[in-house]
Ligand binder design. Sequence first.
Ligand code: ZN
Length: 151
Amino acid sequence: MLHPRIEARKLLRELRIFDLPVNMTDLCSSLGIDIFFDTLEGLDGYFIYNSANGKYVIVVRDSAGLGRQRFSIAHELGHIRLNHGLVGFSVTGQVARDARLETCANMFASELLMPKLLLQRFGFLTPARIAEICQVSGETAAIRAKEMGWA
Ligand SMILES: [Zn+2]
């Protein structure tokens, strides 16, 4: 099984991304992935594979805040890069994924948007500064600050 944090680091290195905030639009575009915004209800995002052109499309909720949208894009990209397969859809809505895969996609997203090596350059950051520098939500930044041993 692919390790979420290592895969995120590999991707940043491959695309030569060394600056924060990570530009998710550019990143997805380099991978040939389209991002769309839609009025999703009870869902932050999902991705589909268009077999007609061989491209992935990530769809995010248009009413979500910027930080949350960025995390959703990174999370869906995690599912794609970690080969989690497509989410099943039924007429009644999305079929829930394995919680373990969700955790992996979150780990990937966290490392992609708030890369350990880039954050370490700062020595110490408060959650508010992480949120500002990485353009993530305060909640996500607080979790990362704890993981970095800063909170
Ligand atoms: Zn997910």
